[in-house]
Design a protein around this ligand. Sequence first.
Ligand code: ATP
Ligand code: MG
Length: 335
Amino acid sequence: TPRIFSGVKPSGGLTLGNYLGAIKRFVDMQGPQFETIYCVVDLHAITVWQDPAELTDATREVAAGYLAAGIDPSQSILFNQSQVSAHAELAWLFNCVARVGWMNRMTQFKDKAGKNAEKVSLGLYAYPSLMAADILLYHATHVPVGEDQKQHVELTRDIASKFNHDFKAEDFFPMPEPIIEGPATRVMNLRDGSKKMSKSGESDMERINMTDTADTIAKKFKKAKTDPEPLPETLDGLKDRPEARNLVDIYAGLSEVTPEQVIAEFAGAGWGKFKPALADLAVAKLGPISEEMARLMNDKGEIDRILGEGADKADAIAQPILDRAYDITGFLRSR
Ligand code: ATP
Ligand code: MG
């Protein structure tokens, strides 16, 4: 069976972008046709500063988000990355396979480092090596991600093929495929349609958090940047209207229809009609999830137990693959 691996960083509260672009799709992929492994990638989170107590909390919150949205620990392996040390170990091998020139082309690094590239952590720069390790450690074949992670999955393929080639270990690491599907693979910032919605974005008004109250969700959509035009008669009419297009895509993602169907329903409607409809829809979809998240967050022992059991299962797959990678590399191993 094809094996899916993906992850979300505990670098802040979960957003609607994380839900539509990642978590909701992870839930949809559960079932007998795939083996599914979902991770809270805490090692990735510390590539930028995280207060230790907040990191612990955020790790549980991401786990609660997965569970509340429908990830079922009896169907999927759910764990946090730092409990399986093979991730960090394989990442080191990949740091010695990947080339500096490859990392220099990563647009996420450029975005996150900004003008301050000398001051960011070395880990932020090497992030794609660790992500390659996450995926290849399980010989995962498919990686559901948002559009922003496409380049990193492509780099993962480059690392896999260079490792296989350099060590004459043909086909040891499979070439994973990114899966980037649906209307909401790149949910945009509500105040600036040229930027992605992110957990770590500056202002809370630019994103919908999965735990926002109904009032907050309504207020954020009401204040979301748009143009003065009503919704067009066809999708083509949204071509140069990124903020409008974003709200239509969010509506489509939440209601599981195509953007064309949303336009067919709302053709000619003004924002005074569309925004409240969108807010109602978001509240209807996110409300029950955030309630369940709150319930789970009151039972930290239960979350920790699920993550621990998941880590045992993940480790059982990862360790033999890491051992083979060590043998292929030529490391002397006598215990
Ligand atoms: P950060 O700002 O800390 O990088 P983030 O919101 O980008 O946080 P990540 O943990 O980096 O979230 O990404 C987790 C998953 O969510 C990835 O698969 C990523 O592609 C997806 N994702 C993140 N933001 C969006 C978005 N705006 N639209 C669709 N998918 C997204
Ligand atoms: Mg991100």
